[in-house]
Design a protein around this ligand. Sequence first.
Ligand SMILES: NC(=O)c1ccc[n+]([C@@H]2O[C@H](COP(=O)([O-])OP(=O)(O)OC[C@H]3O[C@@H](n4cnc5c(N)ncnc54)[C@H](OP(=O)(O)O)[C@@H]3O)[C@@H](O)[C@H]2O)c1
Length: 288
Amino acid sequence: MTIVVTGATGQLGRLVVEALLRRGASPADVLATGRDTDRLRALADLGVRTAVVDYADPASLRDAFDGADRVLFVSGSEVGQRIPQHTNVVEALRSAGVGLVAYTSIAGADTSTMQLAAEHQATEQMLRDAGLPLVLLRNSWYLENYTPQVPTYLEHGAVVGAAGEGTVSAATRADYADAAAAVLLDPDATPGTVHELGGEGFTLADLAAAVSEASGREVAYRDVTEDELAGILAGAGLPDPVARVFADSDRGIARGELEVTSGDLERLIGRAPTSMRQAVADAVAARS
Ligand SMILES: NC(=O)c1ccc[n+]([C@@H]2O[C@H](COP(=O)([O-])OP(=O)(O)OC[C@H]3O[C@@H](n4cnc5c(N)ncnc54)[C@H](OP(=O)(O)O)[C@@H]3O)[C@@H](O)[C@H]2O)c1
């Protein structure tokens, strides 16, 4: 069985390739794709096949999907460019007649009002319209959206956000990757299945408390408005549109749009996902 992983040169995709191998896939059956040739070489060191694929290059997509039984379609990372790029991916998947497509979407994509969800909604619709045998992996937030900021939280004694008392069901990339690998290797994976994936929910006040507990230093949650957060993030060096998307995502968290209570992640990976407290403790330990 040939399994193609797009975005394999990225952080999530590489973890999917590793999880496929750990779960018993033969390296010769895995085709890892991306644009970055250095990172493709590092993947080839795992024994898997590799190919340069650019979502903007339909021929590269057609070549990669030719003969594929299953494809993990990792959403592109160029927000705003995804629709034309994803259109190419969907067309190539359709003409290759792939047996199963798993797409990494966002939690609650069908109802989410978050700016980030719009391109996922459109992509899900394109995949459905193409009549592809589709499994949706609707991932909530990455814990890694927070853990690299632990030094900043400690420096300022604060987690600053605009999420109010909203709950976010963030999980590690490794756990989402393991879930994707489980689906790709499941002989009974059923087209039409929607997995709403997320870890144990927490508020940003809980996140601040976990940083305090792990570090022994006082860190509090400071709730600001969406506009204030966008300004703070832009002031810290993020490009204005990116700062606005992050601030809008906190608005989504405040509305409960990244809260997932399905239990799908735990069911797919066969264990409890890594908790926020564990991930924070690891991040605090890693800096000392
Ligand atoms: N749930 C969340 O909290 C969250 C957070 C951030 C991102 N995301 C989404 O999840 C996806 C995977 O996350 P990640 O952390 O693995 O992101 P990442 O490390 O930035 O990796 C993105 C991957 O997509 C590939 N890619 C981007 N544009 C492409 C194009 N035009 N053609 C071919 N490949 C392309 C990149 O390939 P090259 O590097 O080789 O060009 C890379 O392999 C992201 O792309 C984004 O859509 C979700």
